[in-house]
Design a protein around this ligand. Sequence first.
Ligand code: PEP
Ligand code: MG
Length: 546
Amino acid sequence: MPKQPLTIQGAAISPGYAQGIVHLQRSLLGPIDVPVKGAQLNVEEEFTRLDQATAQISNDLIILATRVEKEIDKHLAEVFGVHKQILDDHLLKEELRREIVDNLVTAGSAVKSVFLRWEKRFLLMESRIAREKGDDLHDVSIRLRNALAGITTHPLEQIPENCILVTQRLLPSDTVFLNNRSTAAVLLEYGAKGSHAALFARQLGVPCISEIPNILEKLTNGDMALVDGTLGVLIVNPNRPMMISFQKTVDENALLLQKAQKLAGCPAVTLDGMLISVNANVGCHEDTSKALKNGADGIGLYRIEQFYIGRTLPPTSDELLDEMRHTLSSMKGNSVCVRLLDVGADKPLPFVGFMAETNPALGRRGIRLLREYPELLYTQIKAIISLMSDYEVQILVPMVALPEDILLVKKMLNTFCIEHNISPLPKLGAMIETPAAALSASTIAPHVDFMSFGSNDLTQYAFAADRENASVETYYNDDSAVIFRMMEIVHSDVPDMPLSICGELAGSKEHIRRLLQCGITSLSVAAPLVPLIKETIRKTKVDLPR
Ligand code: PEP
Ligand code: MG
């Protein structure tokens, strides 16, 4: 008798469609430890085994990083640098040795319990960065225990071609073994949208759905599954009408994408003649190459945080300039909007003394931090100005809440340009991502050339809902009337101000018309979305209210 179809709604973490046969992977959670009786344990031998496994994993991580950098993304390869730092951590090494001596356990058991303790501490924290650190620790722990158990192949190297991989959670190093050839889609029990695994899956173009409780019990090896990673819907053992309807969606989307890609390089003009620029959000060289390939009109948001977070010393302006030139090289001659550094206690810099803040999102973030460290701001201004020889440069100030937040940047920019005979000045913009900025646009306006809505933070601050915290997800509505109302207020208070949007809301097709009605004339989205957003604009009649 055919199995009953089962439809499950999960969290859509990487878009796309796939159909295939389910492959359950339970063993990603690591090896089984073989207990050794205390009396038989040779502490020195366990120390040596631990050192050897650590050295082996260190070496593997270097190879892995090179592979990911070559095959996937330089930015993502940095994850393995973080793993190496964990392995080299003195406190962790000490604790591992103490565990072996004090409890007379094998190196494998020591790794298991010590890493579990550290992991728990991080997983309990609310910030996304801390939780990702928990995942990283888990990953390193499994690698070490596998090395100690003599396991050298990764379970994902043996999964069937084109299967729908089902597992509890995916760790950064697991994703290296996934690629378009071998995995049609991934289904997970846990996995936040901002997690490393989600990032990898999106980068690889593998559809992925997470947040499916007890998934390993609900599905069986060999089940047939339809995966809609765009909506987060999974259908197991579909009946014929379900399969026909799914195939129709897949075909329609493929056609739409094909058409959009053909026209990607052409301008996006609405049915009523408004020219809208569609730019890309970038953070690394690969993103910019994708922006070019997908026909972006320019770079609407260049996030520079990743370059700073990985460093133990602040970069010089020459180092920053080198990085920016490398990141932007494929879009020479285009317009580039560089956002000033947006870090805070949730994304700490090793070289800045951060106080532990109770509410980092409400603390010294973005421009607030730069006001306190003008030398950090100066380095950025100097490097950004040097980009002007090759790009049409704009500067964007994050986390603006007061006019003074802009004035400090403007003053430094003016002084620098006068001293170095630079004219005209790059355009200066304020990110509108706090309700205070939205509601006081008219007092900020005299000091800026443009404004860009950061809908991600604007939503977090309007609804007082941490954007990284899944438990308040129902409050985090970036397409709510509240957000559009704030945009309308800005537009009506400063009607002549050029307005753009660079938050995730800019990439949702359904809201393009509404955004354009709020006076927005420029959108910045993830590079792969550019063709579809341009195509949506071409089909839109804005009908501006008179
Ligand atoms: C935003 O807040 O919408 C934004 C674009 O900035 P980030 O996501 O980097 O905070
Ligand atoms: Mg923001």
